[in-house]
Design a protein around this ligand. Structure first.
Ligand code: HEM
Length: 344
């Protein structure tokens, strides 16, 4: 039989232990599924969304309340985007806590970091497209961070917002980045990441002689599990989208100032909390970039698990990396919680 496209997606058989839900948490597969949901719902939203400051929030209202199933499409897009960030972080943690980043998968780990950055940037740019009171922090404090960068700051700010303060040019720029620039780059990275998994010999497992079991499952069984996970995820996403609408506030009018109650999007709350410590350049640019660099360097800077330990959780060989990522994750979580506590 000539192999079809589907045959190229998975090898004929894969080790049973590493195909278990409790090993992968299905996080990588769910991230792929959420990307597909985002692509379809995003394309549908484009038929109604108008990227101008006076029409943006109104066009979203039209989509949500007047277009048949428009609200559902918007909610699906919103929730899929939030879950993509969560699921991608879970996948990253799974990769570090199983030591799966070790050579030859170091490069694919970096591609994964790129995907996480794009998931966050897409979430951020999409959030600004609402152009309502809720996005004021992103529009004022978020973009002002660019200005704080020595030497290149002002030029970078002008490039980002398209002028000396946020306005129509900012919205059209964020729109172009969201639906075209970032989407194209992220799509390319995603295909590359998936291709590299096959190229690196499938997901990390010990060499055959060092495996506890030689049991394998077929690609048909794997696809059956993937379809089951996607169906379950679809039901959960549909139920959530039917009952929990995506946020939408009053359309924004004056964009130059920051109100006292303005809040960062949830995935940047930890940065908003850090900014309370002082210098915007240090706490809003240097520290987040240092965190990103530190996480990217894990496969290069830390010891890796020995071969026999691959393909299982918490191998002894990379304990240090596990401790560091856990500490970093907890610090970010704590800062996020602190940002949510109302000021006295
Ligand atoms: C949109 C984001 C991402 C998607 C769609 C994605 C997708 C996938 C899929 C489907 C797998 C197969 C195994 C599994 O499901 O666990 C995988 C494996 C892998 N991913 Fe990702 N991934 C993403 C982000 C990341 C991130 C943020 C990292 C780490 C920084 C990463 C690093 C890896 C590595 C090293 C493997 C091989 C794991 C192993 O051999 O066990 N990926 N990815």
């Amino acid at each position: 039989m000539r192999p079809s496209f589907v045959h190229h997606l998975h090898p004929p058989t894969i080790p049973a232990r590493q195909a278990r839900l409790r090993y992968t948490l299905a996080a990588g597969g769910l991230a792929v599924f959420l990307c597909l949901v985002l692509l379809v719902t995003g394309l549908l939203e484009m038929f109604y969304y108008i990227p101008t400051p006076d029409q943006a929030a109104a066009s979203i209202q039209t989509l949500s309340f007047l277009v048949p199933y428009g609200g559902l499409v918007r909610n699906l897009h919103y929730w899929a985007a939030q879950f993509l960030v969560v699921v991608t972080v879970v996948h990253l943690l799974r990769v570090v806590f199983t030591g799966a980043y070790a050579a030859p998968r170091r490069f694919n780990y970096l591609l994964g970091i790129g995907l996480l950055v794009f998931a966050i940037l897409l979430d951020f740019t999409g959030y600004v497209l609402r152009w309502d009171e809720g996005v004021r922090w992103a529009l004022v404090a978020g973009t002002n961070l660019a200005k704080s960068i020595p030497l290149a700051g002002n030029a970078l700010y002008a490039m980002l917002v398209g002028g000396s303060e946020p306005g129509p040019a900012t919205l059209i720029r964020f729109y172009a980045w969201h639906i075209f620039g970032l989407t194209l780059l992220a799509g390319t990275l995603l295909v590359w990441h998936l291709f590299r998994i096959r190229r690196d010999g499938g997901i990390a497992v010990p060499p055959p002689a060092k495996r506890e079991t030689q049991e394998r499952i077929t690609r048909y069984e794997l696809v059956r599990r993937e379809v089951a996970a996607m169906l379950l995820a679809s039901v959960a996403l549909l139920i959530l989208s039917a009952f929990a609408p995506a946020p939408l506030a009053e359309p924004i009018t004056a964009t130059a100032s920051l109100s006292g109650t303005a809040r960062a999007p949830w995935f940047f709350l930890w940065v908003q909390e850090l900014l309370k410590l002082g210098s915007p350049f240090l706490w809003g640019v240097v520290v987040p970039l240092a965190v990103l660099t530190a996480v990217s360097l894990i496969p290069y800077a830390f010891p890796k698990p020995v071969e026999a330990e691959l393909g299982r959780w918490f191998p002894k060989g990379n304990r240090l990396a596990q401790i560091c990522i856990a500490a970093l994750g907890l610090a970010i979580l704590l800062l996020t919680v602190l940002a949510l506590v109302p000021a006295q």
